[in-house]
Design a protein around this ligand. Structure first.
Ligand SMILES: [Zn+2]
Length: 318
């Protein structure tokens, strides 16, 4: 479970295969959209872990403990960052800062090497660290130096099947060493223009009543039930009843479930297996007096709204 704390979380639910990342690949979206969520949110489609807007705002679509789909043969070992902009142009200073902050975070979260990759070779560590799409793209690129591509660098993982793809463009590749320096400079400015998923919870202990069950709603539940407060629902199996919850750690089934869920199940009078599925969600809906369809709606659930109101009032268990 690895969510970047300064991102707006917009989870896309099709990515449930665990991975151990060794590099962070930078891309250019060739798009001016403010978000790629609507574009990516389809089954069997491409998707990056992050999107960085021109103004530096970061969206996270896939937990970095799980494989996304932006780097082809590199998917099972790569964190991917798409960025706003067209083929012409450079990354803005806000984008450079946001990518530096993301790389510093990924070093802490996943132990990524603090260096630039020099190719896409799967053996050894030359492809580890801060990397970019062209290192795994075949094409007519400069024969040597930082602008070279996979063929010039002696082969390795293909990060795209498309020959000659320009991503992330030569102008931007020349900015990447600057991202590495910024990431080691400390006090990297992060985007603060948009409220971050109810971040006032840390200060006030009150949830935003928005019907979206994210890490703070989980923390508030953990507080109410007296279980460890980490904001994560651990050891769950993938099921549609809980796909709307942000911050679920999916592990192998039969791994014991979540302590919080067991406490909730004891309160609800259902079997205490620790797994949040349709039976527990139906019981929760019945207890809160909202329509009992055994499924949490995305984009704002009536049941979650009622639960947040009672958590804020301290009356959930009364
Ligand atoms: Zn790319």
């Amino acid at each position: 479970m690895a969510l970047y704390p300064h991102a707006i979380q917009k989870p896309i639910r099709y990515f449930t295969t665990r991975m151990t990342p060794v590099r962070m690949n930078l891309h250019i979206a060739v798009s001016e959209q403010a978000s790629l969520y609507g574009f990516f949110n389809k089954p069997s489609f491409v998707c990056s872990h992050f999107y960085v807007r021109r103004d530096g705002q970061v969206e996270q679509y896939v937990d970095t403990a799980y494989k996304a789909a932006a780097d082809y043969q590199g998917n099972s070992s790569t964190i991917s960052i798409e960025t706003q902009g067209m083929a012409d142009g450079e990354w803005t200073s806000q984008q450079l800062n946001s990518m530096a902050a993301l790389f510093a975070w990924a070093r802490d979260a996943h132990g990524l090497a603090n260096k630039l990759a020099t190719n896409s070779q799967p053996n050894g560590d030359s492809s580890h660290g801060l990397s970019w799409h062209r290192l795994g793209i075949d094409g007519n690129f400069p024969a040597s130096g930082i602008l070279a591509g996979r063929l010039q660098l002696g082969g390795g993982l293909l990060y795209s099947p498309s020959r000659g793809k320009v991503c992330p463009t030569s102008q931007r590749i020349l900015q990447i060493s600057q991202i590495l320096s910024l990431s080691n400079g400390g006090n990297i400015p992060v985007y603060t223009g948009t409220p971050d998923n109810g971040s006032s919870y840390a200060a006030t202990g009150k949830l935003d009543v928005d019907g979206v069950w994210g890490p703070n709603t989980t923390r508030s539940l953990e507080h109410a039930f007296g279980t460890p407060e980490d904001g994560v629902i651990s050891a769950q199996y993938v099921n549609s009843a809980i796909k709307a919850i942000i911050g679920v750690d999916y592990g192998p089934r039969k791994k014991g479930g979540s302590t919080l869920v067991k406490a909730m199940q004891a309160w609800l009078g259902v079997s205490q297996d620790g797994w949040l599925g349709p039976i527990t969600i139906t019981a929760l809906q019945n207890r809160l007096g909202t329509p009992a369809d055994g499924f949490i709606s995305t984009g704002g659930s009536t049941m979650v709204t009622r639960m947040q109101e009672r958590l804020n009032a301290g009356t959930l268990l009364k």
